[in-house]
Each structure stands twice: as structure tokens, then as C-alpha cells.
Write a protein that binds this ligand. Structure first.
Ligand code: ADP
Length: 503
């Protein structure tokens, strides 16, 4: 028996087939276009994403050499917060998807924050007011596509994050497609109450989002429907988890105090807080970690960093310092240290723990001595320093609750093949950094949750026993050196504040 995980990510869509031991059997993958209509705007073509989804399922099935009768269930994981609005009769999106990085809705966010501040809805949602989350993006589409608001109110349009879009299409689309999302994705919209796990009328009204267009909120592990068509006809779809929550699940961080950090386009550190909703006083987000069927929901604190891997892409694509992301390591190792250079990648402001939309990126400490090796090194260090600041916020928020659980950090994502970065990370944190055997933790988490729903695995203890360590990095610098570097980093960060001015 096999489980198919569909990972609808920011840069690509993948189908990964797992066996019952949680091992990867086959992968199908397609990138989709990143559309940048103007500075700060980021879009995807949702129709392209759906086409790619069908293609990668077919590819993975063919590579694995299995057929539909060998597949017990499908799980879905996805880029979170990204907004798709489509016509329920034709299945056609009425606008390109507005991607989580898109900052065009800052004016609406400012307007709402003028009355009550950015934490105005934090008690209900666990989130600060920010363009990052879905609500303002839905409003933007309704306000900018002709007739959209009226059609949404009349029930002709549907909203979904990419999980919902994929689920609806896989289950028949205009012909009876299931319109649902899970608690983890819903918790990123700014429209769901963390306690009731329902859409909240006051929030819907504040953002001007009609209830008629919203999906049903379900658990993260249950059968939502059955596939119609594609290479996998008649298979139950049995899990949905936002990508970071899926990675947490795939790292077997099921219990309070367990955590993981994912290094991808951005970085996302999640710490499980069990059944407690912990309010952050230090710039973290409170989010749903997962909910299995009718069990109590589990919550998490999350530190989201907007720019980490994409800083390496920037060195590659915008500066041309390297031609492949992985070459950044060799370039960084061409110098013995950062030579006093610091890169603060506040390309779209700073996310956690600062939440400063007015910040912009900077390279500091330049002298005539500095070369591209120092910049490469500073870029990798920036990833590690940002993670350290998020971890500090987690410790400040949870100390009493998690005790000394944060004694090590489990990592995954595209950057963890960079051992120089992993060593920096252990040095800057002062705790060991641990990479698991299966680093496809996002897809694995979706597969785990789907397998649990259909009985492939018995319970989370069985899943925990399948997790294993691959490599570990121990800190190699002393406390004084660590504090010196951190102080310099913090100073560099403050230099990026107050850069953006309103025209
Ligand atoms: P996502 O899931 O966010 O699309 P991935 O987890 O696939 O991202 O990670 C890809 C990111 O990791 C890219 O931004 C890329 O620049 C970066 N990356 C990949 N390999 C390396 C490496 N060896 N060193 C540094 N960065 C890397």
C-alpha cells in the first residue's frame, strides 16, 4: 500500500509517493511561473497550478510503477495564505492567485490598524494585522475585479487557499467538488476564531468578506471526499495541513515543547504548545498545529521569517554572484569569516519577531576589503541570526510551559543540505541542530495524517517510532563570541528600520 502526498508549494507542485514505512518511492514535480506585475506584487496562475497537479500525480504514479488500487489515500499540503477566488460554475479563477508574499494590501491593513493597532484581532485569530494573511487579499480581489463583490455575496464565487483549490478540483470541480479547508489553513486567514475553529462574523465584516464564498473548516485528518478523474480515480483524500504544520507533523513534533525549523524560500519555526493557546508577547504567531478527526486541536507558536533561501536566490539571480544556489557554500568558504559584513534581507519589510513593514534590506559594514565571499557568508549568517531571534522569542513566550524542551532544533527544507549554514546555526543558537533521515518532511506530514485517517498507521506513537536522525551539528564557539556576533547583528537590523516613506 502507498500514500500519495500532494505538496502545492510556492515555487512548485509535487506529488510524492510514500510506502507504509514512510520512505519516498517516487516524486513528480513541476515549477509554476512567479508573476511580478509590479514591485511588491506576487501572483500565481491557479489554472497552471491545477494542470501541474494533475501532471505530477501522473508522473509519480508512473515512476513508482503502481496503480490506483495500490494507493490507500491522498494527503494535501500547501503554501499557506495564498488566495484564489473562482467561479463555482465554470471552475475558472476570476483573478491570478495573490501569493502570501504580496504586499499590495498594505493600505487596507493600515486603515484597519489605525483603529486598534496591529494586534486588533490577535486575541481571536492569534495573528497580527499584516498583508501576509489571506483576508486583505480576498478583499482586494472583490474590490478590484468588476462585479466580484456582488457575485461573491450571491454565492457564485468561491474562495480557497491552494489546499481548497486542489481538493475542489480533485473531487470533481464544478461537478460536485468538495469545498473545504482544514483548521491549519483556516487559522492563517485572519477570519477564523482560534477557539471556536469557525469563521467569525465580526472578522468577516471587518474585512468585507462574504461568508457564502468560504469553505467548510474541517480537521486535518479525515476523509473529505474521493477523487474523480486524474491518474488516481476513486481515492479518498484524507488529510490537509498547511506546509509548515505538515513539516512539524512530519518531524513527529506531536507533543508540547517539540519544535522544528524549515529552511525554504523563507524560514518557519514552529513549537507545539499542546492544547494551550499561547498568546505571544514577542512577535510570534499563534496558530493551529493540527487536529486529528474529532480530537482536541493542538496549537503552536510560529516564527515566520520572510527571506532566507530567497536571499540565496537573490545572490544568484539579481547579483549573479553564483549560478546555482548550492554554490553559495563554496563562495562563503572562500573567506575565513564575514569580514565585518552583515546582510539584513528586509526585502518586504521584516516578519517575526519585528513585524516592520517600513524596513528595507541593507548590506552593512562594507569596507574596501569586503568581497563577494564576505557577502555570501553574511547571507548565510543572516539566515542563522534571524532564526536565533525567533527562537529567543519562542523561549520568552513559552519558558514556563515548555521548560527545557528547547535543547535541540530539528531542521528540514531545501537549505539544510548546506552544512556550513547548519554549523553557523548551531554556533549562533548554542544548541545542537539535527537533520532527520527523511528531509521531505512537509510531504511526509501530509502522508502521515492521511494514513492515520484511513488506518494505514495506528496512532502518532507509531509515526514517532518511524522518525530517525541523520546528522547533528554541535555548537563550536563560546558564549562570549556568540554574544558579540549577535549584538552586531541586532545593530545591523535596527539600521534597516524607517526606510520606507509614504508618498
Ligand atoms: P520552498 O519549499 O520554499 O519552495 P525549498 O525547501 O525547496 O523551498 O528550498 C529552496 C530554497 O533553498 C531556495 O530558496 C534555494 O535558494 C535554497 N537552497 C537550496 N540549496 C541551497 C544550498 N545548498 N545552500 C543555500 N541555499 C540553498
Amino acid at each position: 500500500m502507498h500514500i500519495v502526498a500532494i505538496d502545492q508549494g510556492t515555487t512548485s507542485t509535487r506529488a510524492i509517493i510514500f510506502d507504509t514505512k514512510g520512505k519516498v518511492v517516487a516524486i513528480g514535480q513541476r515549477e509554476h511561473a512567479q508573476i511580478f506585475p509590479q514591485s511588491g506584487w506576487v501572483e500565481h496562475d491557479a489554472a497552471e497550478i491545477w494542470t501541474n497537479t494533475q501532471t505530477v500525480i501522473g508522473e509519480a504514479i508512473e515512476t513508482a510503477g503502481i496503480d490506483a488500487s495500490d494507493v490507500a489515500a491522498i494527503g494535501i499540503t500547501n503554501q499557506r495564505e495564498t488566495v484564489i477566488v473562482w467561479d463555482r460554475t465554470t471552475g475558472e479563477p476570476i483573478h491570478n492567485a495573490l501569493v502570501w508574499q504580496d504586499t499590495r494590501t498594505q493600505p487596507l491593513i493600515d486603515k484597519l490598524a489605525a483603529d486598534g493597532g496591529v494586534r486588533r484581532f490577535a486575541d481571536a485569530t492569534g495573528l497580527p494585522l499584516a498583508t501576509y494573511f489571506s483576508a486583505s487579499k480576498i478583499a482586494w480581489i472583490l474590490d478590484n475585479v468588476d462585479g466580484a463583490r456582488k457575485r461573491a455575496e450571491d454565492g457564485e464565487l468561491l474562495f480557497g487557499t491552494p489546499d481548497t483549490w486542489v481538493l475542489w478540483n480533485l473531487t470533481g470541480g464544478p461537478k460536485g467538488g468538495v469545498h473545504a479547508t482544514d483548521v491549519t489553513n483556516a487559522s492563517r486567514t485572519l477570519l477564523m476564531d482560534l477557539r471556536t475553529l469557525n469563521w467569525d462574523d465580526a472578522l468577516l465584516e471587518a474585512f468585507g468578506v462574504p461568508r457564502a464564498m468560504l469553505p467548510a473548516i474541517r480537521s486535518s485528518s479525515e476523509t473529505y471526499g474521493t477523487t474523480v478523474g486524474t491518474a488516481l480515480d476513486g481515492i479518498p483524500i484524507a488529510s490537509i495541513l498547511g506546509d509548515q504544520q505538515a513539516a512539524t507533523f512530519g518531524q513527529a513534533a506531536f507533543d508540547r515543547g517539540e519544535s522544528k525549523n524549515t529552511y525554504g524560500t523563507g524560514n518557519f519555526l514552529l513549537v507545539n504548545t499542546g492544547e494551550d493557546i499561547v498568546e505571544s508577547k514577542n512577535g510570534l504567531i499563534t496558530t493551529v498545529a493540527y487536529r486529528l478527526g474529532d480530537d482536541a486541536p493542538r496549537y503552536a507558536l510560529e516564527g515566520s521569517i520572510a527571506v532566507t533561501g530567497s536571499l540565496v536566490q537573490w545572490l544568484r539571480d539579481n547579483l549573479g554572484l553564483i549560478s546555482e544556489s548550492s554554490e553559495v557554500e563554496e563562495l562563503a568558504l572562500s573567506v575565513p569569516d564575514n569580514g565585518g559584513v552583515y546582510v539584513v534581507p528586509a526585502f518586504s519589510g521584516l516578519f517575526a519577531p519585528y513585524w516592520r513593514p517600513d524596513a528595507r534590506g541593507a548590506i552593512l559594514g562594507l569596507t574596501r576589503f569586503a568581497n563577494k565571499g564576505h557577502i555570501a557568508r553574511a547571507a548565510l549568517e543572516a539566515v542563522a541570526f534571524q532564526t536565533r531571534e525567533v527562537l529567543d522569542a519562542v523561549i520568552a513566550d513559552t519558558d514556563a510551559k515548555t521548560g527545557d524542551a528547547l535543547k535541540e532544533l530539528r531542521v528540514d527544507g531545501g537549505m539544510v543540505g548546506n552544512t556550513t549554514l547548519m554549523q553557523f546555526q548551531a554556533d549562533v543558537l548554542g544548541i545542537p541542530v539535527i537533520r532527520p533521515a527523511v528531509i521531505e518532511t512537509t510531504a511526509l506530514g501530509a502522508a502521515y495524517a492521511a494514513g492515520l485517517a484511513v488506518g494505514v498507521w495506528k496512532d502518532v506513537d507509531e509515526l514517532r517510532s518511524m522518525w530517525s536522525e541523520d546528522e547533528r551539528w554541535e555548537p563550536q564557539i563560546d558564549d562570549a563570541e556568540r554574544e558579540k556576533r549577535l549584538a552586531r547583528w541586532r545593530k545591523a537590523v535596527t539600521r534597516t528600520f524607517d526606510w520606507v516613506e509614504e508618498d
